[in-house]
Write a protein that binds this ligand. Sequence first.
Ligand SMILES: [Mn+2]
Length: 309
Amino acid sequence: MKNLRFVCHEPEMLCGIIKREWLEDEPNYNFLGIPLDISSTYRNGARYGPDVFRRIIHSENFECVTEKGMDLKDYYRIKDWGNVGIIHTNLRKSIQLVSEGVVDLILSEQPFLAFGGDHSITTGIGKAFEKVGLPIYLIYLDAHLDLYDEIMETELSHACTLKRFSEISVFQGATVLGYRDFTKEQLNYAKNNNIKVISTNELVHQSNLFHFGLDLGKTISKKYDCIHVSVDLDVLDPGSAPAVGNPVAGGISTRDLIWLLSGIFQSIQNTEKISWDIVEFNPLYDQAEITAFAIVKVLLESLGAQIIK
Ligand SMILES: [Mn+2]
């Protein structure tokens, strides 16, 4: 084989800022995959989200300098903890496993990003905050209100997540951004339970979504120390993110989401504790990997906005 030249090297995940192996005290950020999609009511497949996402960022297609000129390599050493060992025949037990894993991330005192999975993973995250006893405010980007009490005979469904989260003892309140598929009963529940709702229509009529996110984040972080941001990718228009469990047409663009999240993260970066999740990425429906590339861009700019200067 002396004439055959191999090029066989392992490209790094996101310019090397996400790795499985770091020296003990090196990581300053945590990443956890949660391949749970048992309760998906329409399109199953979000369980493949974390591993497909790792493959997408395991390429040399990306630079890690944000549009504002921040080189993420100078700031981030993100530890990839792998995936929670989901039991795909038992939703209740799986959500319990999620919450047990996330407790460790909360106690580590570093920010974390949990990658779904469908939206039911956020119920597990809420239960983790409850276990630790940390009061938590939720910023919830979603085309749906996820306020069903139960659906398809389960109250732990991805369509019940905000309802379950609002019932945990440490719940401080929530703001939903970008909803456009809902029932009147859900809107009433939101009104009576400290859940502020801002529709897609209200968002797209803002003149500057970065400043809108900045103002929103400032107001929230004045009152609350620990904030979790939950990003259901169906907040995006299906043209920008076709690969989601329950698409709803007429959503915001990838550019809108980048500026909205950049504003939010920039204004909450000094709060005591920030965490977030990205959910509902279903790679089985990702024509031309449109959704995956949207996630990468949103991730890079969101990390840039979280840098404390
Ligand atoms: Mn959702």
